[in-house]
Write a protein that binds this ligand. Structure first.
Ligand SMILES: [Ca+2]
Ligand SMILES: [Ca+2]
Ligand SMILES: [Ca+2]
Length: 454
């Protein structure tokens, strides 16, 4: 993507989205971060030899391949990006983006309790392993309460890419839309909890209870810079993430910016000695068709839609060709200050179910590449009996099917196949057990009953 295109995007985006609330904070951040150019190169020394007077500021840690070059005006940033691009460098004008955590609330008391763990048969998987602390799940989100007992023993290099400090905890007053004060930002804590909350007599149990957590705050309640998004991924790469969860998106449909595409491609191929990190994105909660070029269409990204506790598509989930799998919207999780939330939800709560499961898979099979984990998850998903998929087995809302931890488990640990098949029920023997549990169990019980009759 050329700088011109990015610049155009900035302009049209700003016009389409005037920033009314929290103007002061937004303006201060914008002043601090803009105007600048994002340079991505694996050879910063080579760059400095050609451009000795240009000051490179790292985005993320020492090993970063992304840098910010501050300029004094937007026109200078555009001119510099243009010049560097002409010379063959990967350079883009930084831009403001308005991102949103995919919040969604339910007030339904029947959602109490971690019902999704039953739906997913997680106990069967946990009997094999609760996960491995060597496997690091990065959560890029709003504030994450790193003092919570469910996280305190599993933290790897906490980072705040939004404020560029090392404390990703929720900030006082942030996301207090209703005039409330104190800590209102529950999103990042709830998302992280669903993925990796510890098995520790406190809070809840995450999908991968013994996986480690790289907590990265990237979202503020109004605008942030693209360079902060890039820094968040650089941090995940530098800290050897195995999985990177993203329960956020741009507030209006827009094409994924090229610097973000670049750094995600590196995350997928550079961590874990080249096996890479699985990058998971939530599909979003706007009940709309995903457009070409959005975050979910980035190569290798696993895009997750949300289903409810009955396996039906939620009314809000985004849909389209880029949805890979659907997962239950895990409405129950932890919140800051050791509290619990029972009205979390949205695709934000579905993505960390998949990320946690990817952490579990890599805990028992650390030899798998990020692509192999994605394939394992997609190929073992279970298409809903409620719909007719297309000829490729795909459906706009379910993707290639609903997440099936049990199918994955049985693929990794094939059940004993020595048992003789019973006449009349032989076809059931080839059905994966999650299908049996979810949809065929009534049929199977009927079959057994039939066999017992004299
Ligand atoms: Ca901070
Ligand atoms: Ca716990
Ligand atoms: Ca995909």
């Amino acid at each position: 993507m050329s700088f011109t295109l990015l610049f155009t995007t900035v302009q049209s985006f700003a016009w389409a989205n005037p920033i009314a609330p929290h103007t002061k904070r937004a303006t201060q951040q914008a002043n601090r971060l803009l105007p600048s150019v994002i340079l991505q190169t694996s050879d910063p020394q080579g760059f400095q030899q050609v451009h000795p007077t240009v000051k490179l500021q790292r985005l993320g840690p020492k090993t970063t391949q992304s840098f910010r070059i501050d300029t004094t005006s937007t026109s200078q940033a555009v001119a510099l990006a243009d010049q560097l691009s002409t010379e063959g460098w990967s350079a883009s004008v930084d831009m403001q983006t308005i991102k949103t955590p995919y919040n969604l609330s339910f007030n339904d008391p029947n959602y109490a309790g971690q019902w999704y763990l039953d739906t997913l048969d997680m106990v069967t998987l946990w009997e094999k392993s609760l996960g491995d602390s060597e496997i690091r799940v990065a959560v890029i989100d709003s504030g994450i309460d790193i003092a919570h007992p469910d996280f305190s023993d599993k933290l790897i290099s906490p980072y705040d890419a939004h404020a560029d400090d090392d404390d990703p905890s929720p900030n006082d007053g942030e996301y207090c839309w209703t005039g409330a004060s104190g800590i209102c930002d529950e999103h990042g804590t709830a998302v992280s909890g669903i993925a990796v909350a510890a098995n520790n007599d406190s809070g809840i149990v995450g999908i991968c209870p013994s996986c480690s957590l790289i907590p990265i705050k990237m979202l503020g309640d109004t605008v942030g810079a693209l360079s902060a998004d890039v820094a968040a991924f650089e941090h995940a790469i530098a800290n050897e993430a195995a999985v990177i969860n993203n329960s956020w998106g741009y507030i209006e449909p827009m094409s994924a910016p090229q610097p973000l595409i670049n750094v995600i491609a590196r995350a997928q191929t550079e961590t874990r000695n080249g096996l890479g990190a699985l990058v998971v994105f939530a599909a979003g909660n706007d009940n709309r068709m995903l457009e070409d070029g959005e975050l979910c269409s980035i190569e290798g990204v696993l895009c997750v839609s949300a289903v409810d506790s009955y396996g039906r598509p939620t009314a809000y989930t985004n849909f389209g060709d880029d949805v890979d799998v659907s997962a239950p919207s895990a409405t129950v999780s932890i919140a800051p200050n050791e509290s619990l939330t029972t009205n979390f939800g949205g695709t934000s709560a579905a993505a960390p179910v998949v990320s946690g499961l990817a952490g579990w898979i890599l805990s028992v099979r650390p030899d798998l590449s990020s692509q192999e984990v994605a394939d394992l998850i997609i190929q073992n998903s279970q298409q809903s009996p409620l719909i007719t998929p297309d000829e490729n087995g795909h459906h706009d809302k379910y993707g290639f099917g609903m997440l099936s931890p049990l199918n994955i488990y049985e693929t990794l640990y094939p059940p004993d196949t020595e048992e003789p098949q019973k006449a009349g029920c032989s076809t059931l023997a080839i059905a994966p057990s999650s299908v049996i549990n979810s949809y065929i169990l009534p049929l199977l019980l009927g079959c057994l009953f039939w066999m017992r009759r004299p």
